[in-house]
Design a protein around this ligand. Structure first.
Ligand code: ATP
Ligand code: MG
Length: 333
């Protein structure tokens, strides 16, 4: 089980950090992939106008990247209300200091707020509960393997602790303790050298035009010690383009290293070459995405189908959880 927030179109970090694993796992395991729109509310509660649009954008990016809705269950979190019920039930056994000490939440508030007052405003009850909701996302499907990026590691630790606590308190072995699964690129850097993120404008989006991609690549931080084109460069100090060469231009690695270290090529030309490699890689994905985007009705019905399929499993889990916790199992249909 894994998910993404509908906060914008997806980028190369999602592709190489997560989606390649999803595509691989979907044929090996029963897979649940959620567009987690309630999680988008944790940081966008005052500006919700684009969430619905982004739900469709994320679904398009997934399918263009090879996530097959006939193999995996692709659904929208808000289409499966059982997740909210499990969130509430789990919140009753979550110690307050567990959520308060989550390091990534403090970072999130700091990134989003300009000053102390705004930080207080942003630090909502919902945001504080983010890791509990994420635990509910996973445990609703009794997920065992969670393919995510490196920044989610501490949330997964949280989910394991909570699953263990539930099992211990009620004397059952019901929830598996979910484990993260990383790719070889668990944290791809954006053009500025920081984590590539869809909220930080440092990303290369899967759906960008070739021109946009080239523009972004030309902004990439290279070897900061190289001033003139005639200075020899150092690939080990080249912050962003060089690791990307390792992904997109494996055939050029040796040649590019020699040309850089012998000052035969400048950083601009080197980046232009990288940009064309990235565009070449993304071309078929972009074509597939454009075709899928031409049929919004089909996309809508794919998500509705996924929601129904996800709900079947979710209803089953919740009925067992209510039983375990000694609560009523009222008829709700
Ligand atoms: P936002 O900036 O809105 O938080 P995001 O780019 O971080 O967006 P999320 O929806 O929060 O995207 O994350 C979805 C998944 O993609 C998570 O598993 C996350 O770890 C992974 N991910 C996001 N950015 C990267 C990256 N740069 N490298 C590797 N994995 C990433
Ligand atoms: Mg994020």
């Amino acid at each position: 089980m894994s998910g993404m927030r509908p906060t914008g179109r997806l980028h190369l970090g999602h592709y190489f950090g997560v989606l390649t694993n999803w595509a691989r796992f979907q044929s090996e395991y029963e897979s649940f992939f959620a567009i987690v729109d309630w999680h988008a509310l944790t940081t966008k509660s005052s500006n919700t106008s684009e969430i619905k649009k982004h739900v469709f954008e994320v679904a398009l990016d997934w399918m263009a990247s090879g996530i097959d809705p006939e193999v995996s269950t692709i659904y929208v979190q808000s289409g499966v209300p059982e997740i909210a019920e499990l969130h509430l039930l789990l919140s009753m056994i979550t110690q307050q200091n567990w959520v308060e000490r989550e390091p990534t939440l403090k970072d999130m508030v700091r990134m989003l707020a300009q000053d102390e007052e705004e930080a207080r405003d942003r630090a909502t009850y919902g945001l504080l509960g983010y890791p509990v909701l994420m635990t509910a996302d996973i445990l609703t499907f009794r997920g065992e393997l969670v393919p995510v990026g490196k920044d989610q590691e501490s949330h997964l630790e949280f989910a394991r602790n909570l699953a263990r606590k539930f099992n211990g308190l009620f004397g059952v072995d019901y929830f598996p303790e979910p484990k993260p699964e990383f790719t070889t690129t668990p944290l791809l850097r954006g053009v500025d050298g920081l984590k590539m993120g869809k909220s930080y404008s440092n990303d290369i989006k899967l759906a960008d035009t070739e021109e946009d991609t080239t523009k972004q690549v030309l902004k990439m931080i290279t070897d900061r010690s190289r001033i003139a084109k005639s200075d020899p460069g150092h690939t080990d100090l080249c912050e962003v383009p060089w690791p990307m060469y390792g992904i997109f231009a494996k055939d050029l690695l040796e040649q590019a290293k020699n040309e850089c270290e012998e000052a035969q090529i400048g950083c601009v030309d080197c980046k232009k070459r990288l940009a064309s490699k990235i565009n070449e890689f993304l071309r078929p994905l972009r074509e597939k995405r454009a075709k899928l985007a031409a049929d919004p009705d089909k996309l809508q019905s794919i998500l509705e189908f996924g929601n129904q399929k996800a709900r079947k499993t979710a209803k089953q889990t919740l009925s067992e959880v209510r039983e375990i916790m000694g609560m009523f199992n009222w008829r709700t249909d």
